[in-house]
Design a protein around this ligand. Structure first.
Ligand code: 13P
Ligand code: SF4
Length: 365
């Protein structure tokens, strides 16, 4: 083992130099390494991924990988999922530890346990509420769901997971993303007035006992700051200019945006929708900018035009933290025999979080 290489030395390197070093390190590590890349990664990083996908696909890739090192070009909860679903001797690495998810940070175990306790003054939550956590959440919340008969969902399987959950119990506590919960619940036929928002800063979530009893879904007051930027008026303005345009949005977008969209789905589903459309189609896309730009580049030769929904530039700033410098740094350390930025979930959380994740993988098979 050589001395650990310092990130400070890599921060000074330009992208071209990092690119060469990444390729060389990948060749040296061979099958010992797999790089997973989420669709929101910047192009300079995304091109190095062995597998790309939405959260569900990447979870499956992590669970099936035989590689010793899983380098996750994504955000913290994704690298945690890779650690939970992989074998104990495999190592999950996040190139920049600052790459979190601001939505995931909107729910923490203390507040969810408090909500569970407060709900128990109105009903028996372990009898009548299935806790469902979006995969964009910390491992301890997945473990909470595992130990309370609950489950994890992603943007691509949320409908199936809500079916699974309602088959168990009459109500759902859904965290942290209220929009994914509301958009999915509404599509299943749950009226808006049977979905209430739990404000974690207020006693009893700011709800009355009657509101809780009447609700089918209790939605955590969380949101994604990127998708929250998309507004129905962006769609109206675009349609006024291009009446034949089609709209596709991620379900983390507000309800009114999803209602005005021709299709709503995960990042993988958005790609498929554009890919499968007729040549010449014009698309307005409500999801992160790096993916939208890549779609435009990829399909412009088919005469497809892909536009970003917001007039403001909004990227996922935490996804963006994974840059070629950090990727080169973690890979060259691996070549030198050093593991840096390993993501390890505590064993006591792993067991129950894995249970909740496996329930999801089984229910969405
Ligand atoms: P997908 O699972 O659709 O890729 O979404 C992940 C995410 O964080 C979207 O903001
Ligand atoms: Fe989290 Fe939003 Fe970034 Fe997705 S786009 S990782 S939900 S902050």
């Amino acid at each position: 083992m050589a001395d650990t290489l310092s990130i400070d030395d890599y921060a000074k390197l330009d992208d071209a130099e990092c690119n060469e070093r990444i390729e060389k390190a990948r060749a040296t590590l061979g099958e010992r390494l797999v790089i997973l890349g989420h669709h929101y990664q910047r192009d300079e990083v995304f091109k190095h991924a062995d597998f790309s996908g939405d959260s569900l696909m990447l979870s499956r890739n992590a669970a099936e990988s035989k590689a010793e090192f899983i380098v996750f070009c994504g955000v913290h909860f994704m690298a945690e999922v890779a650690d939970i679903l992989s074998r104990p001797d495999q190592v999950s690495i996040l190139p920049d530890l600052g790459a979190g998810c601001s939505m995931a940070d909107m729910a923490d175990l203390a507040h969810v346990e408090k909500a569970w306790q407060e709900l128990s003054s109105v009903l028996d939550p372990d009898e009548s509420v299935t806790p469902v956590t979006y995969i964009n959440s910390s491992a301890d919340l997945k473990a909470f769901c595992g130990s309370h008969g609950g489950i994890v969902c992603t943007s691509s399987n949320a409908g199936k997971i809500l079916d699974w959950s309602f088959a168990k119990r009459e109500k759902i506590l859904f965290f942290p993303d209220q929009h994914l919960g509301r958009n999915t619940g509404y599509n299943m036929g749950i009226p808006l007035d049977e979905m209430v928002v739990w404000d974690y800063d207020q006693p009893m979530g700011g709800l009355t006992a009657d509101e809780i009893k009447k609700a089918k879904m209790i939605l955590w007051k969380g949101f994604c700051s990127v998708h929250q930027m998309f507004k129905p008026e962006h769609i109206d303005q675009f349609k006024a200019k291009y009446p034949d345009a089609k709209i596709v949005s991620h379900p983390e977008s507000p309800f009114e945006v999803c209602q005005k969209s021709d299709a709503v789905g995960s990042t993988e589903m958005i790609i498929k929708t554009v890919r499968d459309s007729e040549p010449g189609t014009r698309w307005l896309v409500g999801t992160e900018l790096n993916l939208v730009n890549r779609l435009h580049q990829q399909f412009k030769h088919e005469g497809k035009n892909v536009h970003f929904m917001s007039p403001m530039v909004c990227m996922c700033s935490t996804m963006y933290r994974i840059d070629p410098q950090h990727l080169a740094w973690v890979l060259e350390n691996l070549v030198a025999g050093n593991v840096v930025n390993q993501i390890t979930v505590a064993p006591e959380e792993t067991e129950m979080a894995k249970l909740a994740l496996n329930r999801m993988l089984d229910a969405s098979a």
